[in-house]
Each structure stands twice: as C-alpha cells, then as structure tokens.
Design a protein around this ligand. Structure first.
Ligand SMILES: [Cu+2]
Length: 244
C-alpha cells in the first residue's frame, strides 16, 4: 500500500517542528540557567575550559543524525510525490492571468476540477503567460506552472467535499484572487458529469454589454463636472510638477 502524500508531508512537518521546539526549550533554558548560575555575584572567578571531547562529539553527531532523519522522511515523501500511480486520472491544467482551466482526456473542459473520491489524479501543469503555481493546500501538493514546459503532480482525495485551489506564485494584479475549486465526489456522480455532453458552454458571453453601457454613462457624467473637481485636479497636477 502506497503511503498518503498528505500524511507524509504532515508527519515530516510535525517532526521538524518537534525537533525545533525541543532544542528551543533546551538552548533557551540552559542559557537562562547559566545567566543566573554564573553571574558575577555567584561566580566571581571565571574558569577557562580548554576543550571537551565527549561534548564536541555529541554536538556534532546528534545534529548529523537529526538532519539525516529529516532527509530520510523528506526523501520518502518527495519520491512518492514524483512517482505517479499507473491508474491515475489525467487532467491538464493551464494557468493564465488570472484563472485555472482544466481539460480532461475526453476533451471535457472546466473551470472547476472535478475528481472521483479515492482515485489518484495526475495534473499536467502548463502556463499560457507567466509563472504561476498550482497549489491544493488540503492535498499538500504544489507545483509551478512555467510557460514553455510541462510540470506535473499527483494527489488522491480520500474524502468527498469541496476544496480550494490557489495560485502560489505572484503573477500580477489579480494573483490574490486566482482561485478555483476542487470538487471530490463519488465515482457515480463524477462519471455522470464526465460523460455529460457539453451544452452550457456558450451562455457566458451575454452579461458584458450592460457593464459597458454603465461605464459610458459614467464617463458622460464626469464630463459635466462642477468647478470644485476641476480645482482639485489642477492642484494635483501642480503638486506633481513640484515634486519632480
Ligand atoms: Cu497565478
């Protein structure tokens, strides 16, 4: 049985945090103890120490073992992430300013990533413009979308539900809002959606004209501005000139 990516990532993280907390308490505690025990009042005569071999071996070997253990867990998780299961569902994802687009093997396209529960999913990651980063926080997977090359990741969702997909690489003005949804559902529901013939594609283009009209009328209104606005504008211009 292949280990779960999210569990591996979490365990590695918990291990590193635990080691950090342990040494933080140890080092800070020792430091505070030394400040009191060896201050000028209690220990007026300083003692010079010329090396301590067992101590030096300990503070070399213990960190060495620790980093090797951390490397071992990190490597395990990493190699699992890079080896996609054979039976994975393949989805192509393309990042562009500022949204994600998904395309399935049967040609089905979507703005939302639908996947069946318990099935490995391989994402082939592309970008149409600049660097993005395809990030599903709840699955603990993230990979850059780089123009001109294909990257990949895989994940397996164990629970039905709705999860966030984000862009984790600053990619311009609306980067903050470059979100999509991952929807995990039963095999049945997924297949029903997957095999459904596309019908609702061409409905999206009608809502735009109303906005344009509003913007035009706003422009017309601002053309008829009263004097106070004009005065403010002039002040701003002269301020800019001075500062330059
Ligand atoms: Cu982006």
């Amino acid at each position: 049985m292949r280990p779960d990516i999210a569990t591996q990532v979490d365990n590695t993280m918990i291990l590193i945090v635990a080691v950090c907390i342990f040494f933080f308490v140890l080092v800070t505690g020792t430091m505070i103890y030394f400040v009191f025990r060896y201050n000028k009042k209690r220990n007026p005569q300083a003692t010079n120490i010329h090396g301590n071999t067992p101590l030096e071996v300990a503070w070399t070997v213990i960190p060495l073992i620790l980093v090797l253990v951390i490397f071992f867990y990190g490597w395990n998780g990493f190699s699992n992430m890079r080896n996609v299961p054979e039976d994975a569902l393949v989805v192509k994802v393309t990042g562009q300013m500022w949204k994600w687009k998904f395309e399935y093997e049967n040609g089905k396209k979507s703005d939302t990533l639908f996947v069946p529960v318990g099935k490995p999913v391989r994402m082939n990651i592309h970008s149409n413009d600049v660097n993005h980063s395809f990030f599903i926080p709840s699955m603990r997977v993230k990979e850059d979308a780089v123009p001109g090359r294909e990257n990949y990741l895989w994940f397996k969702a164990d629970n039905i539900g709705e999860y966030d997909i984000a862009c984790a690489e600053y990619c311009g003005l609306d980067h903050w809002n470059m979100y999509a949804k991952l929807i995990v559902d039963t095999d049945e529901n997924f297949n029903a959606w997957y095999n459904q013939v596309e019908q609702s594609e061409k409905k999206t283009n009608s809502g735009e004209t109303g906005n344009t009209t509003n913007q035009d009328s706003l422009k017309n209104n601002s053309g008829n501005t009263d004097d106070s606005t004009t005065v403010t504008d002039t002040t701003q211009i002269s301020d800019t000139t001075k500062s330059e």
